[in-house]
Write a protein that binds this ligand. Structure first.
Ligand code: ADP
Ligand code: MG
Ligand code: MG
Length: 528
């Protein structure tokens, strides 16, 4: 039953204004900032935009909304979109509504066959996505004639107008800057707010001279390019990438609850309660699975890099060391933070996703024990000694470890990557099936519907005092030239479509601005 509930609630929530929504923090000039260009100014975009149904009507949040509005405006398509909704709502509701739909005449939609298949697959695997075939069939139909007609409608014109806004050049004037959140290798991270929508983000500013001096160009670009291809609730999202005279800026999901390192060591006794260990481990596991599905190996799993948001959900952050495996081919390179590196990474061997499952083992160990697996608190062994312990020594488990968590850690901390849990070709699903996660409903978790066991207190700041964060000084004697500009232009690509569109929806700007002219005229930008 939890299967249906999870999907059902997703739909309910997606219709509610988000907690971060409302008009708080918007500039009084916000409507001017988001004024639609006249449709005649969208001609170039109309010519060049790729006419791909999946991207335009399924993947992009505003595109999806406008396509649905189009379908709802057409009596012959309304039923398809209702059915698509019902599929999301749940298998059970589809079953219940079966009778209602039966009379509506879906000539080429073979609902009976689909329903039988749904029942069979549910019986085989209660967690399976039983709607897949059904949904695919619907999309197949909608991507034909309806998609062609959509592109000739005012709804698609409106989509182009939104798209034009999305592609506006980004500069620092678009944001208000608030407090310093942290310091990284190439610069600082600041809280910021989009003036037009009121959305809060974290802006990671890389100082150009620092990047050049320490040859960090490839790393910075790598992080930006990997982040822009991702969209997961368990990994920080990139919303904008832009440059100023002195900085390269990545605007990221705001994570105001501090990092796991702070929570493990700076709040009460070292270590976390079992419920929190289980919840964070499960979310990190989902994040890793998402990255691995995109062929991305993260390589830097450690408590500092796991950040909490104000609700108490976590996201993986800092993807500077992540790497895309081409055609799944393993890589080499001693990359990461020594205490958390897998034996095969230390040993200069080729490695794949196994390194991240080792990292998850270290993380679960550290959250439970209040110290990392191969080093006691306050101890600073030499690098060689650390390498030896990681490659040869058996980690110890004290009374804080229940039999389940001990079993999970020792399976993830298996020295031989071939024997390690997570590396059996099941894409990490075997980790989720471990008995430690018995009480986690991963479908609910992936839909964002599990209440976190701990909610950060909004009055507290879960990080070092701002005054303790060392000041960042610029490097003298480094001059920037044309070659640097080439690199900056690759970095400076502006808004990231999916995150930008979600921002418009979540802050309510989409709802307030997406008004059409009288009787659906084609110049729908005069309403305010
Ligand atoms: P680096 O790659 O240079 O290590 P990080 O991405 O780890 O930089 O960021 C440095 C610090 O900034 C982090 O340790 C954290 O305190 C803070 N920080 C980074 N990203 C965010 C975010 N999305 N929300 C809030 N704070 C962040
Ligand atoms: Mg970092
Ligand atoms: Mg980094």
């Amino acid at each position: 039953m939890s299967v249906s509930l999870s999907v059902c609630l997703t739909v309910c929530l997606s219709h509610c204004p988000s907690a971060g929504g409302g008009s708080r923090g918007r500039s009084w000039k916000w409507k001017e900032m988001l004024r639609f260009p006249h449709i005649s100014q969208c001609a170039d975009l109309a010519m060049n935009i790729e006419r791909d149904y999946h991207s335009l009507c399924v993947k992009q949040p505003i595109g999806k909304k406008l396509f649905q509005l189009f379908c709802r405006s057409r009596p012959d398509l309304q039923n398809y979109i209702s059915l698509l909704d019902a599929l999301v709502i749940s298998f059970w509701i589809v079953l219940k509504k079966h009778g209602e739909y039966a009379g509506l005449g879906f000539d080429h939609f073979q609902r009976k066959r689909h329903l039988v298949v749904c029942i069979q697959s549910l019986e085989l695997d209660p967690c399976a996505d039983v709607f897949n075939d059904c949904r695919e069939d619907l999309h197949k139909h909608l991507s034909g004639e309806p998609f062609i007609q959509y592109q000739d409608s005012m709804f698609f014109d409106r989509f182009l107008q939104w798209k034009k806004l999305e592609r506006q050049p980004i500069s620092k004037q678009l944001f208000r800057q608030y407090r310093l959140l942290g310091k990284g290798g190439f610069g600082e991270v600041w809280a910021c707010q989009v003036r037009a929508t009121g959305m809060m983000y974290a802006c990671k500013k890389l100082e150009k001279t620092h990047v050049k001096k320490r040859r960090g160009e490839a790393m910075a670009l790598n992080e930006k390019e990997i982040l822009e291809g991702l969209n997961s609730r368990f990994v920080v999202n990139l919303a904008y990438a832009y440059e100023t005279k002195h900085f390269l800026c990545m605007v990221l999901t705001m994570m105001s609850g501090g990092d796991l390192r702070f929570h493990i060591y700076n709040v009460g006794e070292p270590g976390l309660h079992r419920d929190r260990v289980c919840f964070y481990a499960a979310e990190v596991c989902c994040g890793l699975i998402h990255l691995h599905q995109k062929s991305i190996l993260y390589r830097d799993l450690k408590p500092e890099n796991i950040l909490l948001d104000d609700n108490g959900n976590i996201r993986i952050s800092d993807l500077g060391l992540a790497v895309r495996l081409t055609e799944g081919k393993p890589v080499r390179g001693r990359v990461g933070t020594l205490g958390y590196m897998a034996p095969e990474v230390i040993g200069h061997e080729h490695y794949g996703m196994s390194a991240d499952w080792w990292g998850l083992g270290c993380l679960i160990y550290e959250m439970t024990a209040g110290q990392p697996p191969f080093r006691s608190r306050g101890e600073h062994p030499k690098a060689l000694e650390m390498e030896h312990r990681i490659q040869k020594q058996q980690e110890e488990y004290n009374h804080k470890f229940s039999p389940e968590v001990k079993d999970l850690c020792s399976l993830l901390l298996t020295k031989d990557p071939k024997q390690r849990l997570g590396c059996q070709g099941l894409k990490g699903r075997e980790v989720q099936s471990h008995s430690f996660f018995e009480n986690i409903d991963f479908r609910m978790l992936e839909a964002g519907l599990v209440k976190p066991p701990f909610k950060p207190d909004p009055r507290l700041v879960y990080c070092s005092d701002v005054h303790d964060i060392e000041e960042f000084s610029s490097v003298k004697g480094v001059t920037l030239d044309q070659k640097d500009n080439n690199f900056y232009s690759k970095f400076n690509t502006g808004s990231i479509p999916i995150t930008w569109q979600n921002e418009m929806i979540e802050t309510g700007c989409f709802r307030e601005l997406n008004i059409f002219g009288p009787a659906g005229t084609r110049t729908p930008d005069l309403d305010w």
